[in-house]
Ligand binder design. Sequence first.
Ligand code: ADP
Ligand code: MG
Length: 316
Amino acid sequence: MVRLVAIMISIILQIIAAAIAIRFMKLTKYRLSWILLSLAFVLIAARTFIQLIEYFWGEPSFRLMMLDDWLGVSISILIIVGVVLIRELFYSLKRAEIQRARAEKRVINAIIRTEENEKKRFAKDLHDGLGPILSSVKMSLSALEKKVARSDGGSEILGSITSMTNEAISALKDISNNLSPHILTNFGPASAIRDFTRKINQTGALEIEFKTNMEKQRLDPDTEVVLYRAACELINNSIQHSGATHIDIELTSVDNIVTMQFIENGKGFDPKKVKSGDKRGMGLSNIETRVRSVNGIFILESEEGEGTSALIKLTV
Ligand SMILES: Nc1ncnc2c1ncn2[C@@H]1O[C@H](COP(=O)(O)OP(=O)(O)O)[C@@H](O)[C@H]1O
Ligand SMILES: [Mg+2]
């Protein structure tokens, strides 16, 4: 009696499993792997049914025993083939995922490169187009200055025009340099970051200490831009948001690993809140995207009242 109950329970559960598997077939778009596994469930239920027949008929016939054995073999084959097909499916999903990630990276790289090229072009246009005009205005002004000096009046106005022209020339240099720092293109990231920190130090806003062991070392242009732009953004953030008085930046190259460590003593913030909240800016996420585009890692650590530190690690 107990055996009968066990057989009945098995049959019911196996029919339910088979029914679920068959209904699931549509969701899997009738994939062969799932059809085979569903068939295996149906045969398992059929096999238990044979057990039920044996229970009522007593001694099973030779035919029934053969049927039972071959059902067992068929079930095993169905399960093996089904599982192998599912494994293939997982592999192909994984391959598709890797390809998708690669394609995404290529698109991001292309966007970043286009952006940098546009900035370069713009900087060049400003420098080559507007620069000479302003310089010749300056020359004409100094020629005029000599003439005006002889007559009276006008020299004051001329003086202020000259100083405005000088301001325009230096603003033009700054804009063009910010857009595409020639020092980065010509001398590499260490020189460019040092130059940027020197300018900030001159303002007296805060003190930046920059150390590096890669003075003349050149990297792939994309990587150099990433390091430079990240350093500038982190420094700008400290100036704008943190009230820090001191920043340490260390740019190090050991074997083929380049790291940039950034530590400041500002008021700190909760990066999680910034990521999800409405304070979310473009600066930090741009660093993250740029670093990822050259296969690097970017770690930002900060806590309210504890300052902010950041690490960029790249294989070059
Ligand atoms: N060094 C820092 N110290 C304190 N708060 C910071 C610092 N860096 C970033 N934050 C906070 O994170 C926010 C997002 O920074 P960011 O992505 O660079 O955008 P943005 O600078 O344009 O606001 C900032 O608005 C600021 O609240
Ligand atoms: Mg910012």
